[in-house]
Design a protein around this ligand. Sequence first.
Ligand SMILES: [Zn+2]
Length: 176
Amino acid sequence: MRIDLKDIKPRLANRSDKYSSNLYRFLRNRFKENKYVQNQIEIHWLTHSRWDGSYLEFNPDNVSKGLGQLLILPLGKENGRSFYSLHEVLRKGKTTEFAIPWMKDELVDITDWFFETYIKDGRCIFDRDHNKWLSGDESRFTKVNNTRKCNWCGEWQEKQIVKVQKIDRKEIWVSQ
Ligand SMILES: [Zn+2]
């Protein structure tokens, strides 16, 4: 899949909005560095949990719960031997390139799904619940009474008040 950077470019290159400025700049630099990356880049889901080694199936609705499992393979699985952590790129804008230590069948190619969904929904792909704080999200929601619309992916939500019970502890003395 050939990625066109203008499809995922934030309005200001150094400030995230619907699209991550870190991811945009990271890809732009990789594309400049190596002309093959733009045509060969792949995004993979690692089924081997990087946390505890357990098996994690790819679930498009649940990607936000396993951001650490998302890998950027700049030259693809067949031609490349290295990866970057997508989560690290989002957080810090840059990250180290590592050799792939996992078996190839532990990698699920989600390139098409990822870029199609990211172009359509933007960073909501990483926060389907819409309850995370993301930098540059000031204009993410339009509030209408008790509801709000996400300006990135179009989802409507309604406000609910949930009870949070607080447990206080105090010291008392009891007779024996
Ligand atoms: Zn959204």
